[in-house]
Write a protein that binds this ligand. Structure first.
Ligand SMILES: C[S@@+](CC[C@H](N)C(=O)[O-])C[C@H]1O[C@@H](n2cnc3c(N)ncnc32)[C@H](O)[C@@H]1O
Length: 585
């Protein structure tokens, strides 16, 4: 199947097929054409579709060329008129000939469409098309983290962004004309740039010097505030690796240049396919010397008492969640299609989009009011009822809590951050409260890191946890950090809390909370869950169901998606058995 047929098939999928344009393409294993090429063609055709519709209808080619469907015609005419290399088919190919036979008409209709829009050149028209797309699809700036493992903020301001206008807020970035940039006031080395700027085409992006990462997704590593004296760090749930590389960059920036012992970052990822992406991201970002990846490794099976982890002082926990805070940059772009042959088109009016719009996000109201969960790969699942959502949230929260309690077991740990991209209190403040009330927190002296003790940017961030979700506990609510999509701050919905340990308050017997057999191994039940010493189950009722790995990081992991293109499955047999305590130094 040709590139054009494959792109046409993707764009024709019904809304029920779910997913955004990226996931619809990059999750497919059966495509013959390069996924990146299909994606670029489909996206650009959508952007230009209002213009292409006018050109194709006025040139009348659908009546003359019966093998062209409206979608195929839009894709081919896009490439013929606007792509540098024209139509990517041999000159003798029937589809190419069907378009090129009408060269003169198509070119003059494009000129007319341009003049109707008062654009002096094709480049001016291109700017208009990009601006219209950005206005409709991007209500958020592009968040760009400068990766200090490979570059500096100053170098990037002087290089990649040297022709950008500095503005005073993220709102100005979105509304500003041309290329605008704002240096974030909360997270160091973070920039908000104009959404229409094609950063993925820059050398800085391709070489890992800048990383696309939503502002809120930068909170956990910054809030963790790892210091050289904290020793090693763990990223418990790492792929695709944005927070791993951020954490690594912060740690690296704080190590003196003199040859002192280098802290390590252990990065676990239980999904072998995602672990491959993590590896690519870490390498591209220049973090591979410091980071040790646990491929396909379940963090719950890592033994906190293992000697390799005896110097782990900080843990970042960003587990799978419902993904309800994700911004809908993942919705499908609008596609305006020319009327098929035989229809009676209305004469187009300049600059007005009064044409037929494919309703891919509207399924006629069937599923419109149903709750949706988004998984780690961006797949959406429509749940049949609020009850089903509540059950899923409960299962997720139980799994999140057990991970957090496991993180609290590491003997030298002093700092933990817990984060989700969920807006639901069940997965957020409620997990924090339960963790604080847990046996391990009491035994080891864990408490919430209060707002006034947080690093400056996080202390100053105004949006705090829900008092209701924290059951009236003001220290917990104020200590928790939230963000909401659509509140005008230009960030995704997110939650993060930090825990700190007060060894003076600890009641530790030094032996951990889990029941162990004669060989010192944790005793597990038949589904593999650890058994608590005091007769408690490590997981609460209902959580033995495999939790759905629900986090779409499409909004924050564009670099990862690019790196993800050549995924290869790793044999899950490679995954270590039972407890796993070593990278085998
Ligand atoms: C929300 S994503 C992490 C995003 C990542 N922190 C980032 O910023 O790029 C959650 C990841 O945790 C992984 N995961 C879930 N449970 C895990 C476990 N028990 N051990 C290790 N990884 C786990 C999932 O496969 C998924 O890749």
């Amino acid at each position: 199947m040709s590139l054009y047929h494959e792109a046409a098939e993707i764009l024709s999928l019904s809304p029920e097929a779910g997913g955004n344009l990226k996931t619809r393409i990059f999750n497919r294993k059966d495509l013959k054409s390069p996924q990146q090429q299909i994606y670029a063609l489909a996206l650009e055709t959508c952007k230009w579709s209002a213009v292409l519709k006018e050109v194709i209808e006025n040139a009348g080619i659908l009546k003359l060329e019966r093998k062209l469907t409206p979608i195929l015609a839009s894709l081919l005419v896009h490439d013929y008129l606007l792509a540098k290399k024209g139509i990517a088919l041999p000159s003798t190919h029937g589809l190419r000939a069907a378009v090129e036979r009408h060269k003169a008409r198509l070119s003059s209709e494009l000129t007319r469409a341009r003049l109707r829009r008062k654009a002096v050149s094709i480049d001016a028209l291109r700017d208009q098309v990009e601006a219209a797309f950005a206005e409709k699809e991007n209500l958020y700036p592009r968040w760009v983290r400068v990766n200090t493992l490979l570059t500096t903020l100053e170098d990037q301001l002087d290089g990649t962004f040297n022709d950008f206008t500095r503005v005073h807020s993220t709102k100005d970035v979105i509304s500003g004309r041309g290329k605008c940039l704002y240096i974030d006031e909360h997270v160091p080395n973070l920039l908000a740039v104009s959404p229409s700027f094609e950063i993925t085409k820059t050398d800085a992006y391709k070489s890992g010097k800048v990383i696309l990462q939503d502002k809120a997704s930068c909170f956990p590593a910054y809030l963790l505030d790892a210091m050289p004296e904290d020793g090693d760090a763990i990223d418990t749930c790492s792929a695709p690796g944005n927070k791993t590389t951020h954490l690594t960059a912060i740690i690296r920036s704080r190590i003196p240049d003199a040859p002192v012992k280098q802290p390590k970052v252990f990065a676990f990822e239980k999904n072998p396919r995602r672990a491959k992406t993590l590896e690519k991201m870490v390498k591209l970002a220049g973090g591979d010397k410091i980071t040790r990846i646990g491929f396909g490794q379940d963090f719950l099976k890592v033994n906190p008492a293992g000697s390799v982890y005896k110097e782990v002082g900080c843990l970042l926990l960003d587990p799978s969640c419902s993904g309800s805070g994700i911004v809908s940059r993942d919705s499908l772009p609008t596609l305006y299609l020319p009327e098929p042959a035989g229809a009676n088109p209305q004469p187009p009016k300049a600059g007005k989009e009064q044409n037929r719009k494919r309703k891919r996000t509207d399924d006629g109201g069937k599923d419109a009011d149903k709750p949706v969960l988004v998984d780690d790969d961006g797949e959406e699942t429509v749940l049949s009822s609020e009850k089903e959502l509540s059950a899923r949230l409960e299962a997720l929260a139980s799994f999140q809590l057990i991970l957090l309690q496991h993180a609290m077991e590491f003997p030298a740990a002093k700092k933990i951050t817990y984060s989700t991209c969920s807006i639901h209190a069940q997965e957020n403040e409620q997990v924090v409260l339960k963790a604080l009330q847990s046996d391990v927190a009491r035994r080891r002296g864990w408490r919430i890191l209060k707002r006034q003790q947080q690093v400056r940017g996080m202390h100053e961030w105004p949006v705090r946890g829900s008092l209701e979700g924290a059951e009236g506990d003001e220290d917990v609510a104020e200590g928790c950090i939230r963000s909401y999509k659509d509140d005008g701050r230009g960030v995704m919905g997110f939650f993060v809390a930090a825990f700190t340990r007060d060894p003076d308050q600890a009641e530790d017997d030094g032996d951990g909370p889990y029941l162990r057999d004669d060989d010192g191994r944790i005793v597990r039940d038949k589904v593999g869950m650890p058994t608590m010493k005091y007769g408690q189950r490590a997981l609460s009722q209902g959580s033995h169901e495999k939790p759905q790995d629900n986090t779409n990081r499409a909004a924050e992991d564009d670099n990862a998606e690019a790196a993800d293109e050549s995924y290869s499955e790793v044999d899950s047999d490679d995954v270590g058995d039972d407890e796993w305590d070593g990278f085998g130094d």
